[in-house]
Design a binder for this molecule. Structure first.
Ligand SMILES: [Mg+2]
Length: 165
């Protein structure tokens, strides 16, 4: 059985959904009776399609999930997580501007999980560079999260932790 991380952390913009919540869409958001999430202008808002299944798979594997976003649109991002019914999957949501080193230091304090037992998915190289230095296994996301990216990430984690002490 491959070694699994204890915590999987996800960026939001261009990792879980295909837009920047602070510029491309307009809060507040709402869900109509047709179950579709829309912004203030009526523009339809979607996740990358495999995101709900990705979070369910991690739950089934017993891996905790958290969010780390540096957006300034904290309220809108939090609202979207609830409207998409994702909030229940996240043990912590660290959403505020600045280097993600802060987000991870707080996650480490709140969960007690060491950085070496975390995996992080993000579409921006600057975040990958910063968080890698902490000892977190970082996975660069292209074209949004998919089940394939999750599987490859978990394989990378298993290899890295096997090679470690
Ligand atoms: Mg992003």
């Amino acid at each position: 059985m491959a070694r699994l991380p204890k915590l999987a952390v996800f960026d939001l913009d261009y990792t879980l959904w295909p837009f920047w919540v602070d510029t491309h869409v307009e809060p507040p958001f709402h869900k109509s009776s047709d179950e579709i999430v829309r912004d203030r202008r009526g523009q339809t808002i979607r996740l990358y399609p495999e995101v709900p299944e990705i979070l369910e798979r991690l739950r089934d594997l017993g891996v905790l999930v958290a969010a780390a976003s540096r957006t300034g649109e904290i309220e809108g991002a939090t609202q979207l997580l609830e409207l998409f019914d994702l909030g229940r999957h996240f043990v912590h949501q660290e959403i505020y501007p600045g280097s993600k080193v802060t987000h991870f230091e707080r996650l480490q304090l709140k969960t007690g999980i060491p950085f070496s037992q975390m995996i992080f998915f993000d579409d921006e190289n600057r975040n990958i560079v910063d968080v890698s230095k902490l000892g977190v296994t970082c996975i660069y996301v292209q074209n949004g999260m998919s089940l394939q990216t999750l599987t490859q990430g978990l394989e990378t984690f298993a290899k890295v932790s096997k090679a470690g002490p």
